[in-house]
Ligand binder design. Structure first.
Ligand code: Q9C
Ligand code: ZN
Length: 342
């Protein structure tokens, strides 16, 4: 399987995140992608290629132009205000606050365009985010050119980012951009299978009213897990998209036996949809040792996960999302890819 990867991810390295009331080093760190790449090379998964340049147009097919402009200019605005630490949002437009006026000040803009404080913006963030999206688009093009599968080793991840907001370590929705590109290049139906531990709220939101993209997600129950405000089983899509969104929330402590049942059900939905292409949001934060997650999958379980996905027999683009047990992230992610190929 071909892997697409860019060193540019290292340009994004947030200093700290607020977790359990404490500022701690960011869990979403450059060594994550380095470890996955090292494993790809160690097992000889296949050629590693740099991304091609697709420009802004495919990004704007998914994301709001004002939001993209904000991402491009945020560090410049922040540093012009005399700040040197990472840019972080601190105020949000919750119920009955106005969202019909976009603030002009950087602190207002950060809150307007963010769902939480897990999205530090640094000097190199835009370039890393940009290249991460190009990695996903390069993967989409490989499928379009007839590859059975490809691995977009994206960092930063993307599935929490929606049309006009960032959140949960995500800025641009790499998987959604790849999906839209596949659609624009001729695929009639594209399915998303999101196996990251956290619900892919951004991806769900982007495709919620569409019947050409099925989104199926298996994740920690939002009653007790981030992102808390989306990801329930009763979210089935709306309008023409009704019946084209499927959520499988699972409790803390979920082990492979229960996970596999949800995975089978999600795969059945994908099979019924008969997509021309499948995009897998591949987070391995379902791992038992993950420092911020509560599922209990073991490393061999990821081989089984890959086998299930491979059984769909669909051209498949894997897009890297979360996974914070850095020592094992490479083994777990590449196990899915090897299981898929077996
Ligand atoms: N108690 C991804 O995996 N904070 N993002 C969770 C834990 C946000 C994860 C707090 C986690 C975002 C791509
Ligand atoms: Zn996650």
């Amino acid at each position: 399987m071909l892997t697409i990867y860019s060193d540019s991810h290292r340009l994004h390295h947030g200093q700290a995140e607020l977790i359990d009331g404490e500022m701690r080093p960011c869990f979403e760190m450059p060594s994550r992608a380095d470890m996955v790449l090292a494993r790809v090379q160690a097992v000889g998964l296949g050629e590693v290629r740099p991304p091609q340049a697709f420009g802004l147009e495919p990004v704007l097919r998914v994301h709001d132009a004002g939001f993209v402009q904000f991402l491009q200019s945020a560090w410049q605005r922040w540093s012009a205000a005399g700040r040197s630490h990472d840019a972080l949002p601190l105020v949000w437009p919750v119920r009955r606050l106005r969202t019909d006026r976009i603030p002009q000040d950087i602190d207002g803009l950060l809150g307007y365009y963010a769902m939480d404080a897990g999205v530090p913006i640094t000097a190199g963030t835009w370039e890393a985010v940009w290249q991460s999206a190009q990695v996903a688009m390069t993967g989409a093009q490989l499928l379009q050119q007839g590859e059975r599968a490809a691995f977009a080793l994206c960092r930063p991840p993307g599935h929490h980012a929606a049309r006009d907001y960032m959140g949960g370590y995500c800025y641009l929705n790499n998987a959604a951009i790849a999906v839209q590109m596949l659609r624009d290049q001729g695929a009639e139906r594209v399915a998303v299978l999101d196996v990251d531990y956290h619900h892919g709220n951004g991806t769900q939101d982007i495709f919620y009213r569409r019947n050409d993209v099925l989104v199926a997600s298996i994740h920690g129950d939002p009653r007790v897990e981030y992102p808390y405000f989306l990801g329930y089983a009763d979210e089935i899509g709306a309008g023409e998209g009704e019946g084209y969104n499927a959520n499988f929330p699972l409790p803390h402590g979920t082990v492979w036996a229960a996970y596999q049942q949800a995975l089978q059900a999600a795969c059945e939905r994908v099979r019924q949809f008969a997509p021309d292409a499948l995009v897998v949001s591949l987070g391995v934060d379902t791992y038992q040792e993950d420092p911020i997650s509560q599922f209990k999958l073991s490393s061999p379980d990821y081989l089984r996960m890959g086998e299930h996905i491979g059984g769909l027999g669909c051209p498949t683009l894997f897009v890297m999302e979360g996974g914070y047990a850095v020592e094992e992230i490479g083994i777990n992610a590449v196990n899915v890819l090897q299981g898929f190929e077996s």
